[in-house]
Design a binder for this molecule. Structure first.
Ligand code: MF3
Ligand code: CO
Ligand code: CO
Length: 314
């Protein structure tokens, strides 16, 4: 089959029998990430504290946006743990490594730190089946670890969240697999810069829409797109609270940041279309045109004099 596809010319009829030219049919799938095999569920030992959804539906309540000093102290520890796990997981990234092997690694070290891997069983109707999100190339976010081996030249985002002592810490980064092309490296660099520019906008009395403005301005100046379907979120005792932080400029968003608020900023930046489509697995979000996308995420705390990044690398 592979030999047949390789020998097909762009204008030949497609091998699938659609009657369309190959270039207008399955050629567009060449090089795309495809769904793989998902390994059996990993178990979290019973002595580890579990969020509500580990054993049932996601509990939702109106959690105060401004956190108490006691909760903030716990969030500092969860944030630091998430950052450490993300750094360690990033060191596992190499050609030939399966995304499922990265999942096993994140699962184990999260438990070693006394935490529960927040992605595991998150969601109510179609819960996420693994302990980390691994999003390769055109996958925007929420990629499910499977038996796909990373290939030299890929880019992969690892999104780590730990539930530790009753609160979540959430961060992600995009890593190069071996040597990558210059355009992919630039995408990664600009995306990291977008997050840093956004963090500079955080402070008490400032509007939430300054975050999206900073991200959008920097992405567009570099001829890159900004994903609109996924946003940053309030975080604390719940993984995602009702607070939403768009990564694009929303002039009508008038909400203002206050000291003690905790939320994530997690821009997804694209080389081509910023529009997203979700696979039949209900999670994996990809760019509609198959072009590459990168993401970086931090959990932040608004302080009297600006911002504390709770998931900053040690
Ligand atoms: N960590 C992701 C975020 O930044 C959420 C992942 S939800 C999961 O919000 F279920 F896919 F884990
Ligand atoms: Co995340
Ligand atoms: Co998040």
């Amino acid at each position: 089959m592979t030999a047949t596809i390789a020998s097909l010319k762009s204008n030949d009829p497609c091998w699938c029998g659609s009657g369309r030219k190959y270039k207008r049919c399955h050629k567009t799938m060449e090089g795309r990430v495809v769904p793989g095999h998902i390994s059996p569920l990993r178990i979290v030992p019973p002595e580890i504290g579990r969020p509500s959804y580990a054993d049932g539906p996601v509990a939702r309540w109106s959690e105060p946006r401004v956190k108490s000093p006691e909760i903030i102290e716990r969030m500092r520890r969860a944030g630091r743990a998430a950052a450490e796990i993300l750094a360690a997981a990033g060191q596992q990234v190499a050609p030939g490594v399966l995304t499922d092997e990265i999942d096993a690694f994140v699962h184990e070290i999260t438990i070693e730190k006394g935490g529960y891997p927040s992605p595991l069983n998150y969601g109510t109707n179609n819960p996420f089946p693994k302990s980390v999100c691994t999003s390769v190339n055109e996958v925007i976010c929420h990629g499910i670890p499977d038996d796909r081996a990373l290939v030299e030249g890929d880019i992969v985002n690892l999104d780590v969240t730990i539930y530790l002592d009753g609160v979540h810490g959430d961060c992600n980064a995009t890593f190069a697999v071996g040597q990558i092309d210059a355009a992919s490296q630039r995408l990664i660099d600009v995306t990291r810069e977008c997050l840093e520019h956004a963090i500079e906008q955080v402070g008490p009395g400032r509007r939430f829409n300054l975050i999206g403005k900073a991200i959008e301005d920097h992405a567009h100046a570099n001829k890159l797109g900004v994903v609109r379907d996924f946003v940053g979120h309030g975080i604390g005792e719940q993984f995602h609270t009702d607070l939403q932080i768009p990564h694009y400029y929303e002039p009508r968003l008038s909400t203002v940041m206050e000291t003690g608020m905790t939320f994530t900023i997690e821009p997804m930046i694209t080389m081509g279309s910023w529009q997203a489509r979700v696979w039949d697995d209900g999670w994996t979000a990809v760019t509609v045109d198959g072009s590459r996308t990168a993401q970086f995420e931090h959990t932040v705390l608004v302080t009297d004099d600006g911002v504390d990044v709770l998931t900053r690398q040690p």
